[in-house]
Design a protein around this ligand. Structure first.
Ligand SMILES: [Zn+2]
Length: 189
């Protein structure tokens, strides 16, 4: 008899516990402040055979810096970085591009035709979008050394100083408010 009375009570109690528990687990995620990170969208619709190299290069940047994040633009969405494959030399407009602005990267086929690595080229050109100038001549360990890192260099990762510069371009200090340069930088092999 007691058991028959208790059972519905216990069911009701555990239901209440479940109701009570749900918001408690969801709340911390909602309460925590969103990360202060600039999100830039890139449009690789015209990147042709370089689309996967561009996606790899964006992932390299996303794993290398935290103040800025590159995401593929969805259909109809404004892209801050437009990527176009053509038959010239790889080249790009110097950033740092800001949300709502736009710079273009040209994945010129001359670079890969000369034997340079497509992912390193894409990461280098995206480096220009994020405001890094060329650092030529330089070693393979430097991303912005570009072709001077050697034709066999496949390193797509920015070095510590390159990472620090990009963090500053999208940081809270004065460099974080630097306007987009827009200059065209041509990467002849
Ligand atoms: Zn360059």
């Amino acid at each position: 008899m007691l058991r028959r009375l208790l059972t519905p009570f216990l069911i009701a109690l555990s239901a209440l516990a479940l109701v009570g528990a749900a918001p408690a687990t969801a709340a911390p995620a909602e309460r925590s402040a969103p990360p202060r990170q600039t999100v830039l969208h890139y449009d690789a619709d015209q990147a042709a055979e370089y689309a996967s190299a561009v996606a790899e290069a964006a992932a390299v940047w996303n794993s290398s810096v935290s103040n800025v994040h590159l995401e593929p633009a969805s259909a109809g969405q404004h892209a801050e970085i437009r990527i176009v494959a053509d038959d010239g030399w790889p080249r790009a407009q110097l950033g740092p591009v800001r949300p709502g602005g736009q710079v273009t990267v040209w994945m010129g086929r001359e670079g890969t035709a000369e034997g340079y690595d497509a992912v390193r080229i894409a990461a280098h050109e995206l480096g220009h979008s994020l405001g890094l100038p060329d650092a030529k001549p330089g070693p393979c360990s430097s991303l912005m050394s570009g072709s001077t890192g050697g034709v066999n260099c496949t390193n797509p990762y920015p070095d510590a100083s390159e990472r620090a510069r990009v963090e500053a371009h999208y940081g809270t200090g004065p460099t974080g408010r630097r306007p987009t340069d827009g200059r065209l930088l041509i990467d002849r092999g």
